[in-house]
Design a protein around this ligand. Structure first.
Ligand code: DI6
Ligand code: FE
Length: 405
């Protein structure tokens, strides 16, 4: 009997979306241990390939495991009251200015214990996993003091230890101004730079550092100070930028070599040029656009023309995107922003991985990690076309079957 690390599995006659494009012919795919061992056209599959493989069946659409590169999955409390207030006409910014919004989640998150936050986040992450996610980024940003930010990051790390998914953590200390620093946002940025970034680094809890560059959050100059601190600690950076207005945060982040700029509805030509120059990924978040009933579209056609890779993510969070379904984001990215289904899928596989500093992952090719999904859909475009939970037939994480049989 081969042991589990050398076990060979064979899928026949699958349509493969390889992370960048749909392969033209039906394929045979073999995994061995934690890797993809072979990827060959069905008509070239011979006896040698099949030798010693367990038969995983035929048909279906295979994609890399989905990569959700932007989430805020760890939080306490809920914001249904804010949802209702927005439906009655209050704006996201007004609610934030009167101490609701992100700050209401901060209150609930500070009060919750690490165990409570873990118990709350676990089913959210299980929902993403059931919809095909094998890599997820999770941000802090609802603690806004050193102890509470570290508590959130520890929860994110524990989720990755307890569930079959790769978790990448991001310190988002500069998400909002906590009430105890009212009137002293520079003082809070001092705390982020001098205490939070060093503490998260020393504890090994942050894989990257993020900021919210916006009028209701932090200025370009303040965000730049956070990036300088991150660089001093060897951490990559990214930004929530140009979501509600154009401040130029994206161009500044790109000058610092940002992995990504996220939201970017208000991004201008100079920002796009800076991203192209830096090789930053544009992270498109249609769930927040939909939830906030925004009207300013991200500059998709210009990003496409400039060759800036576009990722698509859930932004799953209690305020602006309480939507915990990655394949819904594929649909919204196409319907709201006119991405092609292939672009949306690449955005949640290969380009999502690049946005996390994992360039080369989120692909199906020989030698790649066997993080795979097999779907009951007519074609790869079918994943974006219909919104229908339960289409995941099989899921492999690091070569292990975690869903289906
Ligand atoms: N932009 C977002 O979409 C999330 N954070 C941010 O800076 C929303 C966070 C929230 O409303 O709780
Ligand atoms: Fe976000």
């Amino acid at each position: 009997m081969p042991n589990s690390t050398s076990k060979r599995r064979l899928w026949r006659d699958v349509r493969v979306f390889d992370g960048l494009r749909t392969l033209p012919e039906p394929m045979a795919v073999v995994t061995e241990g934690t890797r993809i061992a072979s990827l060959v056209a069905m008509r070239d599959a011979d006896e040698n390939l099949v030798e010693g493989c367990s038969d995983m069946g035929r048909g279906g659409v295979m994609t890399p495991g989905l990569v959700d590169c932007h989430t805020h999955l760890v939080f306490g409390g809920g914001r249904a009251d804010e949802f209702e207030a927005r439906l009655e006409g209050a704006s996201y910014e007004e609610i934030a200015r009167r101490g609701g919004g992100i700050l209401s989640t901060v209150r609930a998150t500070r009060e919750a214990s690490e165990e409570e936050l873990l118990a709350l986040a676990r089913p959210r992450l299980e929902a993403l996993i059931a919809d095909g996610v094998t890599t997820v980024e999770i941000k802090s940003g609802y603690g806004l003091d050193v102890a509470s930010e570290l508590k959130m990051l520890r929860v994110a790390r524990r989720l990755g230890e307890e569930l079959p998914v790769r978790v990448v953590t991001t310190l988002l200390g500069a998400h909002a101004l906590p009430p105890e620093f009212k009137g002293d946002s520079d003082g809070y940025i001092d705390l982020v730079c001098r205490e939070m970034v060093p503490a998260a680094t020393q504890a090994g809890l942050a894989d990257a550092v993020d900021v919210f560059c916006e009028k209701i959050a932090f200025s370009v100059a303040q965000c730049e100070r956070v990036f300088v601190a991150a660089e001093a600690h060897g951490l990559p950076i990214k930004a929530h930028a140009e979501q509600l207005s154009n401040l130029g945060g994206t161009a500044m982040a790109a000058r610092h070599g940002a992995l990504s700029a996220d939201h970017i509805e208000y991004l201008d030509a100079a920002g796009i040029a800076a991203m192209r120059e830096a090789g930053s990924v544009a992270v498109i978040l249609p769930g927040a656009f939909h939830t906030l009933r925004e009207t300013q579209q991200p500059p998709i056609a210009a990003l496409r023309k400039a060759g800036v890779p576009m990722a698509v993510a859930t932004d799953a969070n209690p305020g602006s995107s309480p939507l915990f379904m990655p394949t819904l984001m594929l649909n919204l990215a196409c319907t709201l922003f006119r991405l092609t289904p292939q672009e949306a899928l690449a955005g949640m596989t290969a380009h999502g991985a690049t946005a996390l500093g994992l360039a080369g992952q989120g692909r199906i090719r020989e030698g790649a990690e066997a993080d795979l999904c097999l779907w009951n859909v007519e074609s790869p475009a079918g994943l974006a076309y219909a919104v229908q939970p339960g289409r995941l037939r099989q899921r492999l994480f690091q070569g292990e079957l975690t869903h289906g049989n």
